[in-house]
Design a protein around this ligand. Structure first.
Ligand SMILES: Nc1ncnc2c1ncn2[C@@H]1O[C@H](COP(=O)(O)OP(=O)(O)OP(=O)(O)O)[C@@H](O)[C@H]1O
Ligand SMILES: [Mg+2]
Length: 261
């Protein structure tokens, strides 16, 4: 098998807190995978372990067949959309400049962007349907437009692996659908995608595989296999259910029983 991501028996502790426990997960080349789980279940921690930002207490992570600590030039092949954008929106950057930042890679500004970089940034903006707003200051966008710019920034790197941590937080259903359509298109072109999302119903209609974590790996399989009553119970408690809402099912957890309130 041609694995792009191999997480093997990974445990991550933050002092006494065990955020992830013995998680094993493999993502095959060009697969489209969604990572779901309740708040605080370790999703971001897993993404950060894959990115080498958080060091596992035990276990190993390999990307493109190589242990994460040994990766070097391969980081250029990874695009990342963080959960909370680290861009200061008061900073007078234009949309195009933010996307161009995606060309600098993880090591920061090492050289001035060339023609090839600017073309890649333009293509990425076009891809997310934001070319018209290229010269707009980043602070003057809607939440959904800003998310698309961040996706464009990750795409500007022309990644083989795209990691997205809740790219649709705070955006409406139409925009979320639009983003997942875009991701599906990228997936068809052969990009491997791992996306964290709470929009289970929308996600389930697009991805090949759903991974459910709640500190431990709860389930991993095709959406229709994974979204059973048992899995929902393990993730969201005994009273969680999946209800149809038009075409899009939602997780419903009675308020007084939910863990996070
Ligand atoms: N840097 C840190 N130091 C200490 N504890 C942390 C740190 N980062 C996360 N945690 C804790 O680890 C657990 C997992 O956090 P994580 O951010 O991975 O969850 P998540 O599944 O991404 O949640 P959400 O859906 O809210 O984004 C939580 O209990 C969180 O409080
Ligand atoms: Mg998170």
């Amino acid at each position: 098998m041609d694995y792009v991501v191999e997480v093997d028996q990974v445990t991550v502790r933050y002092q006494e807190l065990v955020a992830l426990e013995e998680v094993t997960l493999k993502v095959v080349h060009s697969e489209f995978v969604a990572l779901i789980g309740p708040n605080g279940s370790g999703k971001t921690t897993l993404i950060k372990a894959i990115l080498g930002v958080v060091r596992p207490t035990a276990g190993t992570v390999r990307l493109f067949g190589k242990p994460v600590p040994d990766l070097d030039g391969e980081w250029k092949r990874v695009g990342y959309v963080p959960q909370v954008a680290q861009i200061d929106h008061r900073f007078p950057l234009r949309v195009f400049d933010v996307v161009l930042m995606g060309r600098y890679g993880r090591v920061g500004l090492i050289r001035r962007p060339g023609k090839h970089d600017r073309e890649a940034a333009r293509r990425a903006l076009d891809r997310v349907g934001m070319s018209d707003l290229a010269q707009r200051p980043i602070g003057r966008l809607s939440g959904g437009q800003r998310q698309r710019v961040l996706v464009a920034r990750a795409l500007a790197a022309e990644p083989d692996l795209l990691l997205l941590d809740e790219p649709t937080t705070g955006v409406d259903v139409g925009t979320t659908e639009g983003l997942f359509d875009l991701l599906e298109g990228l997936h068809r072109e052969g990009i491997t995608i791992l996306v964290v999302s709470h929009d289970i119903g929308i996600v389930a209609q697009h991805v090949d595989q759903l991974v459910c974590i709640n500190r431990r790996l709860v389930a991993h399989g095709r959406p229709e296999e994974v979204l059973s009553g048992e899995v929902l119970e393990c993730m969201y408690g005994p009273h969680a259910s999946l209800v149809g809402h038009g075409d899009i099912p939602h997780i419903v957890v009675p308020h007084h029983r939910s863990r996070e309130g």
